[in-house]
Write a protein that binds this ligand. Sequence first.
Ligand code: SF4
Ligand code: SF4
Length: 546
Amino acid sequence: MAEKNEAMDIITDPKNYTKLDQEVNDDPSVDDCANLSRRNFLKVGGVAAAAATLAGAGAAGFKIGRSDDAYTGYGRTYQGGDMFFNREPFRVKTAAMMEPVGKVERPDRYDFIFDRLKEVVGLLQKGEWNPGMGLEKLPGKVGEYYRKYPEKYRIMLDSLEKRAKSREDWEKGKHERYTLPAAYTEALAHGGMYNRYGSTVPEEPDDAYKETGEPQPPEKWDYRHVKREKPMEFKSPKHATDLIKRMAHLFGTSIVGIGKFDPRFMFTNKMRGMPNGGADWGDKVPEHWKSIIVFGVPMYWDQTYSAIGYCTSYDAYFRSRITAGLLERFINELGYPARAQFPGYHYEIMMEPYMLTTGLGEYSRSGMVMVPELGCNVRPAAVVTNIDFEYDEPISVKMSEFCMKCKICAETCPSGAISFEDEPTTVVRGFKRWLLDDEKCYSQWAAGHTVDALGCRVCIGVCPYSRKNTWIHTLSREIEPRDPTGLVASGLLAMQKNFFKYPKGEDFQADWLGGKEAVYHNPPWYLRAEEVFKDIEKTWEYHGMD
Ligand code: SF4
Ligand code: SF4
């Protein structure tokens, strides 16, 4: 249980501000600040660049830290321009864990847990199968999948039971405690992401197929709004890149990278707009899928730090989806085909490898991609097109290396889904990496103590990289990757582990599973029903950090 929050006390103590403020103002070269750092870092050599960056980052970071804006959202601007991290010094030919060590295999749709669940739930609803009939009678490819992985089948059944129990719990009284988080989620999920009245942004090839019965292959769908006889010609790929990146920011994304489309990361047997959910699409790759624009936004921090009951992934899903829809249409208007890939089921591709190859971030222990500006707190989307761009290269900012020592997400994960291995050893479709046990993770989601089991996200909330953009984080982000000794990383990790006292993994579990329904940080006031409603009496504790 959290008792105090010493690091934040230090950061927010006005005494500390005043002193630093004078130092910065007295000497515009920020020498004191730089000297302080030199004492620490020049000793270890190879960090001349760090000193220069440090001076700027220190001053800029300090200003950001003083601003209220740093505490109210995910950046000072909606587009995240204030969170810029210069990737150029870190470009490498191959991203960490992207060097094949075996035969690179394409993912199948049944590798995606939500496609499996959708099929199982569909069979249950139609009465075509029930658990009493046993695994042998589970039909189709999902049956084949679970017969291959019987352990996962058992976890899946357990999750379905948990989910039913969670709903029962909701009816019995949990709806009071979680009134506001539920309203928040419903607004984003059904007001934005899953519009119950049929109109969605972006438009969906599946919807068109259902309405007309006519298949909507990418060769048709991706061109549907193209009205020009020939596409607008860019002066150069660089002009195309600059324009599209700028528009992506304008449409609401915080980070964006562009790469060559790589069919190795495209699902087989999955193509929206095609009969049978695209299950017969096979491994075809549309010929015009040449380039991919990859982008993402974070979830708001206050809710994310609370995690489980008080956060919702729809928060950022909704904004990344909107960006995807707007960008898709914009590209069509210029005369090019475009196909948006966005949360939740509307991907024909895996996002993570593209985030790595376009240099947005690095693969992490928790199975997500971490980006320098936002850590794991990023929800990606993409648009596939045939425009010629100047492609971004991967980066190496040593985040994956930090994961080797850190393990905070594994220690805190309520379901034990995250690996404790020091180094990644599992070969996943040809690449060596830490593998998230998706079935275990989902079993935690299924027990989420809110309406419709809202998932978990503890691993995002606790990750030291998922921090708001205060001066100290700006500073750390610039210095750590430039320190060849690893001392900075060790120091930051020690601070994280010693200053913050947070609940244990099992405490996050639902009370009916023996947990405390703990949160990482206590929820913000606007998600506490007892703070705003007359008739709600608080009969619970939050068990998180204040
Ligand atoms: S919590 Fe630590 S180990 Fe986990 S993803 Fe973040 S940095 Fe890596
Ligand atoms: S979402 Fe929750 S259960 Fe899943 S890996 Fe993260 S912490 Fe673990």
